[in-house]
Design a protein around this ligand. Sequence first.
Ligand SMILES: [Zn+2]
Length: 62
Amino acid sequence: MPKCPYCKKPVTLSEKTAGSEAQPVRKEVVGTVKKEVLYSCPHCECVLGFSFFLGGVLTGRP
Ligand SMILES: [Zn+2]
């Protein structure tokens, strides 16, 4: 189980494996064509990382 490097509490990327202990990380998507995703710890709200992907008109992704 992955743990937050800041508060050491268990987190998970998938909501399917989320249980009473591990909570899924928060994802915030910004942008319409170039999407930027910000991942943050659900426990302490520290930023765990971010990434971006192309969406919208190019790929049809929401
Ligand atoms: Zn944390």
